[in-house]
Every structure is written in C-alpha cells, then in structure tokens.
Design a protein around this ligand. Structure first.
Ligand code: ZN
Length: 328
C-alpha cells in the first residue's frame, strides 16, 4: 500500500512563519489555539517542530477516523485503506494521489487548512454580526497572505488577537458551532476526494500525472467540472448518511459545504497558487462560487432530513451575508 509518505510528498514542518517574539505575544494573549505557529504553548512541548508534529498527528488521526467511518457506511465504494497525509500545497483544496501500479489512493491536505478555516469562520461571524464585511474581507486577505503566500501581512497579528477575543467572548453554544465548522470543513474536502474514488473517476477519466522518484507516475484528482460537481454531491450525501439522526451533524453536513465554498470563493481571488498542485487544482476545478451555488441548491432539497437548528440558521445567515457582499 503506497502512501503519500512513500511518494516523498511528506514534509516535516520545520519552518515557522512567525518569529519567536510574535509567538510569545500571541501566547500571552491566549491566541495560541488559533495559530499553528504558536502551538508549542498548548501542547506543552517546547520544540516548535515537535509540537507541530504532535498536532498534525492528532489531526491526521481524526481524518483517518473520518475516512474509516465513510468507508464503513459505503462498503462497496472501495474506500478501505485510503491513506491521508498533510502535505505543503499552500492551497485550501485537498487532492487524491493514485498510484496506478498498485491501485492505491492517498489524500493530501495542506497543514494550514484546519486553522485557516476555523479562523476565517470567526471573521465571517463577526462581519455578519456587525454588518461590516471588512472584518471578513481584510482578515481573509491577511490570512491568505500568511498561509498561502507565506508572508505575514501587516496588521495580521492585531487581527488574530481581535478574532481570538471574539472567539473567547462567544457564548459556549456558538463556540461549539465555530469548532464544529472547523472540523466539518475538513471532513467535507476529504469526503469530496473520497467521492472521486467511489465514483470511479480515476478509472473512467484521464487524470493528470505527476512523476515521483520512488513511486513512478501518480495520478492527481483533477477532472472536468461535471466530475467535480458529482464529487461534491456525493460528499454531501455521504456526510448526511454518516450523520445518522444527530441534528448537529446533519446541520453541518448540509450547510458547511456551501458556506465553506462561499468563503473560499473570496479567498481564491486574493492569491495566485504557489505550488504545482495548487495551480493544477485551480485550473481544473470549477469556480468556488459555482460549486457553492450547486451545493446550496442540494442542501435546500434536504429540508425533510435536516432539522432547523440554531446552528443551521446561523450558518445560512452568514452565507447569505457573505454572498451579498462578495457578489458573483
Ligand atoms: Zn475534486
């Protein structure tokens, strides 16, 4: 079973985008849980590289549990043994690598995605609460600069401190929605990739190939627009199925896909992809705004299955607010 690790795509994060002085300041302010670079403080491990590995290992285990859950719910879909690794793609999309010679699959996701989306959601919520889109627009621009371009933007530190204050002063019930969004958005992008495998896209369509020293050519999940829409639809259905009758999980399964795409439709305007995989995904995937529109329409058909909860109402209102301001 080839994994991304054996394909030499795995990368141990040794570099940190913040200086130690930045990190100390953010830790003092209690922002540590928002910033990957500041994780030594809350893992209790002094060495930032080791602390990053610990957090990544925990997040990776959660993703593998999710893949196993979906594989169990769809036993005939061929998802058993799909591997997962964090890889530095600097793009908010996951991708699947297939090694043709042993027909094995591994999904890759940039390290920054879980924290980026969690923080962006706080910014979106604040923008919606205050009616001021700039809280999202400016915050998004600065975060994209940090995570996807690799340069901390002026004002970023103040943004993170402010967003952390918002997070900390948010009632427990709303904070659970923020945390749930962060988890669910990762589950959605991973499940979209599982959709490509389950729907047989690699076997029926020509996927672009990258050559790797150890494993030879690998196929990357970049297809035509219709297959991307189909993988999105498969992912939403799969998330609804594994949610069972849990109202909270049903809410996230229905609403997180379109809301995250609305958020990313703005973020993707702010930077040029910096990696080959990032460019490949940008050039082959339909615009996020169009994916958001289709996912929104699919979610609207789920009213009998998805109960109207406070969380659902909030996610729908935030989506509407961003959509009205971004324009398409
Ligand atoms: Zn895709």
């Amino acid at each position: 079973m080839a994994s991304l690790a054996s394909l030499n795509l795995q990368h141990r994060r040794k570099q940190h985008l913040f200086t130690q002085a930045h990190i100390d300041k953010l830790v003092d302010a209690g922002v540590a849980d928002h910033v990957t670079a500041a994780i030594p403080a809350w893992t209790g491990v002094a060495d930032p590289g080791k602390a990053a590995e610990m957090v990544e290992a925990r997040q990776r285990a959660a993703v593998l549990r999710h893949i196993a859950e979906v594989a169990t719910a769809f036993p005939a879909a061929g998802l058993q043994g799909v591997d997962f690794q964090f890889v530095p793609t600097r793009t908010p999309n996951a991708f699947t690598a297939r090694v043709a010679k042993d027909d094995s699959y591994a999904i890759g996701l940039d390290y920054a995605v879980p924290n980026l989306l969690h923080t962006l959601f706080v910014a979106a919520m604040l923008a919606h609460q205050t009616g001021n889109f700039d809280f999202f627009g400016t915050g998004c621009a600065r975060l994209v600069s940090l995570f996807h371009v690799g340069r901390p933007a002026p004002g970023l530190e103040e943004d993170l401190l402010m967003l952390h204050e918002v997070y900390r002063n948010t009632p427990e019930s709303t904070r659970a929605i923020i945390d749930g969004f962060g988890r669910s958005v990762v589950e959605f992008v991973i499940t979209h990739e599982l959709g490509h495998i389950a729907l047989g896209h690699f076997l029926r369509a020509k996927a672009p190939s990258l050559s790797t020293p150890q494993a030879g050519p690998i196929d990357i999940s970049a297809f035509d627009h219709q297959r991307e829409f189909d993988a999105d639809a498969w992912a939403m259905e799969a998330l609804l199925r594994v949610a069972g009758d849990d109202p909270r999980r049903l809410t996230f399964a229905a609403a997180v896909p379109f809301l995250s795409m609305t958020m990313m439709s703005f973020a993707s305007r702010l930077h040029e992809p910096a990696t080959d995989i990032g460019r490949l995904l940008r050039d082959t995937h339909p615009p996020e705004a169009e994916r958001a529109a289709r996912l929104r329409a699919l979610a609207a058909k789920q009213t009998e299955r998805v109960p109207v909860t406070n969380a659902l109402a909030l996610l729908v209102k935030i989506d509407r607010f961003l959509y009205d301001h971004i324009g398409h």
